[in-house]
Ligand binder design. Structure first.
Ligand SMILES: Nc1ncnc2c1ncn2[C@@H]1O[C@H](COP(=O)(O)OP(=O)(O)O)[C@@H](O)[C@H]1O
Ligand SMILES: [Mg+2]
Length: 411
């Protein structure tokens, strides 16, 4: 095999989050890559991740600052092969910088289709793909009009949100008034309203290489992220079933592939959320061009016997795929959390869980006494399990979340 030429890859990693750094390390581990970081706060040991240099910026979400940083890097090392990031909030910005500086990769339009939930739905519908009816709200009246048209419940959320931030299920006039008070739609700050989709919510990931989805995977959420946000004490699970090639999932796969084509993504990971509705039909919730959260990267890697971080790096840096990575196992994760505020004061049931499910556990981060309550929906800890059979994984997770109890004390 001919040796690959030296490629300079700029990775925008504003903060040293574990999930981001794993992707940095995957790029840094590729042969003949010169990895350069753009950070607000650099990782503690950049050299160990393969970084040869870190360029600091004050605000990594600012297109002008990013452009200047990449220009400075170009001035020192010459042409930039790829400019990448895994955070959702950065994808459109990077599209702008690539367009300004002539760097290959997703442009502003492609990045915006995956990021702007209203544009996304316009393009999906234009391509004949099912999704919720929606309306951009520029005033309070717009929401009343939308509810008049589609009926309760509706969902109200930021057009470019993430992690269920400021996402409201509006089922009655009182909640509608509260949601308006919280979101204050105006022409300057429009808010998105959507018809409420019912049914079982799932995700579907694809690794796209040279415009062709080469690997795809499915998970099911128990329960939906919105319910997990609304009831911030429930422990919840994500399951990647071993049986992927079944008609239901293949229909979802076809929707995802069609969306990727309509949005024009050439290389990258996508994360689609979709609903299996009670009437049997499917609807796309959203689709993003970045690695999924909720440990789905890890679950997908276990299910397919590969390291998805490396597969992503190969796709976005080299347009290469080292698969096929067939589906081999089921995997799942349980997120541990409880009711209350303050700091973790007690964790019960761990010994019993260890006795019952210990053999299935492949990775875990257990909550620790004294740890402050986490702000996101992933809780204070998690347990990843895996087995040949989906049913075993599902049962182990459900039993785990009924066995382990996290308590808090303090304000
Ligand atoms: N139109 C909808 N119908 C039903 N549930 C929805 C709808 N929109 C959002 N949700 C719920 O809210 C969650 C978060 O919304 P989503 O559009 O995925 O934004 P985010 O970028 O915050 O993940 C979804 O996973 C789903 O559970
Ligand atoms: Mg989502």
């Amino acid at each position: 095999m001919p040796a690959s030429p030296l490629r300079t890859v700029v990775f925008v990693a504003p903060f040293p989050a574990d999930t981001t750094l794993r992707f940095c390390a995957a790029v840094g581990g590729l042969a003949n890559v010169r990895l350069i970081g753009v950070c607000q706060k650099p990782p503690p040991n950049p050299g160990a991740l393969g970084f040869q240099h870190i360029e600091l910026v004050n605000d990594a979400l600012d297109v002008d600052q990013l452009t200047d940083a990449v220009r400075r890097i170009q001035g020192v090392v010459g042409p930039i092969h790829r400019l990448v990031a895994v955070l959702e909030d950065l994808q459109v910005q990077l599209g702008h910088v690539r367009e300004r500086l002539g760097i290959e990769g997703p442009n502003v339009r492609t990045a915006s289709c995956f990021r702007d939930k209203a544009l996304m739905k316009d393009v999906l519908r234009g391509a004949g793909l099912p999704c919720a009816r929606h309306k951009m709200l520029h005033s309070e009246q717009d929401l009343w009009d939308f509810v008049e048209q589609v009926g309760f419940p509706v969902v109200v959320k930021p057009p470019a949100g993430a992690g269920c931030r400021s996402t409201w299920r509006v089922s009655d006039p009182q909640t509608l008034v509260e949601a308006l008070r919280d979101t204050r739609p105006s022409p300057a700050r429009p808010v998105l309203a959507e018809e409420f989709l019912t049914g079982a919510e799932h995700s579907l990931e694809t690794l796209v290489v040279n415009g062709i989805p080469r690997l795809w995977s499915v998970t099911r959420y128990y329960p939906s992220p919105l319910e997990v946000t609304e009831k911030d004490w429930i422990q919840w699970c994500v399951v990647a079933p071993r049986e992927r090639d079944i008609p239901l999932f293949e229909r979802a796969r076809d929707l995802s592939f069609a969306a990727i084509k309509a949005f024009g993504l050439r290389d990258g990971l996508t994360h689609m959320e979709w609903f299996h509705r009670p009437d049997g039909s499917l609807a796309i919730g959203e689709i993003a061009a970045r690695p999924p959260g909720a440990r789905i990267v890890q679950l997908t890697g276990i299910a397919h016997g590969c390291d998805l971080h490396v597969a992503w790096a190969r796709a976005v840096v080299d347009g290469a795929f080292d698969g096929p990575f067939p589906r081999q196992r089921a995997a799942g994760v349980a997120f541990l959390r409880g009711q209350g505020k303050g700091r973790v004061s007690k964790i019960e049931g761990l010994d019993e869980a260890q006795r019952k499910m210990g053999a299935l556990v492949v990775d875990r981060k257990l909550p620790e006494v004294g740890q402050p309550r986490a702000s996101g929906y992933e809780g204070e800890g998690w347990v990843v399990v895996s087995h040949d059979r989906t049913e075993v994984v599902r049962q182990a997770l459900f039993e785990l979340i009924t066995t382990v109890k996290v308590s808090y004390s303090g304000a």
